[in-house]
Design a protein around this ligand. Structure first.
Ligand SMILES: [Zn+2]
Length: 444
């Protein structure tokens, strides 16, 4: 055999799969008899299918608006699952479902984990549902496999996440009393909705927790974007939930005749605004990072073809994981606006519309998630969450970690939202393993 023939023989044996099959066989049998607790994946996916009947739409997906009849019925179903899992569920004054499982040391602060089961109009079957039912599954599996944690456990299903994190913000103390008068998408006032699902909004102070009151919070969620699928990663480790700041920007010039006013005597607010839009894009892209900046709405006044625009009202939105980066971008953008104003004979005024502070996850919890995924043979990707979650409110109370699983085609808040059953089971096992590791550490 010459050297070339030898190489071909080796290549052939690899291609025939003989070596690969042998090693795969060993891995499979090792996985079939795990030495560590694992969830019952078939049961979890069955429960997801059962929950999807509440508010099911003919085109697929669900409409399960917070405080609707189907929301209340779905919550009853979840309460039943919790009792089957030998948990003790209660409904707090904010309407959150909290199911407890005692730990070995009652003096320890609880570890919380869960998500939400309300949906947007014509939403999907996975947003919130995966994390809620996986949390129950984890608690049930621990019980069945004889595992008692040191910390007490609390499985939480937060109410009205989609309407604006009402349940979790009540617990973190960020819910302002006047917000109870808001009208939810189901048509009910928030306070009436809370009563409808078994809470009592006049006693919200009883649900309030303070920083340090919890040992940690974990949430499993679908990614709702296409990054994990594109990068062929099994598990997303969330760095944090991005902060958002929005401003209304008013550019004031002078409205005048478009035919008789010479070009060098104009105070054109729309020309200034056009330069501003470009300046926002240049500023945001001038430094490395994943920050984003958008002018999403613009209106010129008086808005006639033959009148030089005297006023423009537009918006500015900046997002990043780091609030100081948002602030420094804004400082730079407003300085450029002042210069544009000087060049065009206009003035710029900024009024803040909305502010959502970034919620970084705890780096120690991120490391536990990474270790857990590695032990399960899963690939990971560290990534920010561009969407809001209950975890951002609860992060103010203690170490927070979020686990993402892939969303097929990156579709969410739509009937075609889908995550594969095996990815759901992987996510639940990472949640369980991370929970056990978090239970074993003493950080305070
Ligand atoms: Zn969600």
């Amino acid at each position: 055999m010459n050297r070339r023939e030898f190489a071909l023989t080796i290549a052939g044996s690899v291609a025939s799969g003989a070596l690969g099959t042998q090693s795969l066989g060993r891995i499979t049998s090792w996985r079939a008899a795990p030495a560590v607790p694992r969830v019952d994946g078939a049961r979890l996916n069955r429960h997801l299918a059962e929950l999807s009947r509440f508010g099911a739409n003919p085109q697929g997906g669900v409409t399960r608006l917070a405080y609707s009849d189907v929301d209340r019925a779905a919550r009853e179903y979840v309460l039943g699952l919790m009792r089957d899992a030998k948990l003790t569920p209660t409904i707090d004054a904010a309407g959150n479902i909290i199911a407890s499982r005692p730990g070995r040391d009652a003096a320890r602060k609880p570890i919380l984990f869960g998500s939400h089961i309300d949906s947007v109009p014509e939403g999907g079957n996975y947003d919130g549902n995966v994390g809620s039912l996986a949390a129950i599954e984890v608690a049930q599996s621990l019980g069945e496999q004889g595992v008692t944690t040191r910390h007490p456990l609390q499985v939480v299903v937060w109410q009205n996440e989609e309407g604006g994190l009402y349940g979790s913000r009540a617990v973190s103390g960020q819910l302002r009393p006047e917000e109870l008068g808001n009208i939810s998408r189901s048509g009910k006032q928030i306070s009436d909705g809370i009563a409808f699902i078994g809470g009592n909004s006049s006693e919200l102070t009883t649900v309030r927790r303070n920083k340090g009151d919890i040992a940690g919070y974990l949430e499993l969620h679908i990614e709702q974007g296409g990054t994990l699928e594109r990068d062929h990663a099994d598990i997303g480790i969330v760095e944090g939930i991005v902060g958002i700041k929005q401003w209304e920007v008013t550019v004031t010039g002078f409205a005048n005749h478009a035919g008789t006013t010479p070009m060098d005597q104009r105070h054109d607010a729309l020309l200034a605004a056009a330069r501003f839009v470009d300046a926002v894009n240049r500023t945001v892209t001038s430094i490395p990072g994943r920050q984003v900046g958008t002018v999403g709405r613009i209106q010129a006044f008086p808005g006639a073809p033959n009148v030089i625009p005297g006023q423009v009202i537009c918006t500015l939105e900046l997002r990043d994981l780091d609030e100081s980066k948002i602030d420094s971008l804004f400082t730079s953008i407003s300085a450029k606006a002042t210069r544009i104003g000087g060049d065009t004979g206009t003035t710029f005024a900024f009024r803040m519309l909305h502010e959502n502070v970034p919620a970084p996850s705890d780096p120690r919890v991120r490391a536990l998630i990474a270790d857990s995924a590695r032990e399960l043979g899963l690939t990971t990707k560290v990534m920010p969450s561009g969407a809001g979650h209950d975890a951002q409110a609860i992060a103010t109370l203690g170490p927070m970690g979020m686990i993402f699983i892939p969303s097929v085609a990156g579709i969410s808040h739509a009937p075609k939202e889908f995550s594969k059953p095996e990815d759901i089971v992987n996510g639940a096992n990472v949640l369980m393993e991370t929970l056990l590791k978090l239970d074993a550490v003493d950080w305070t």
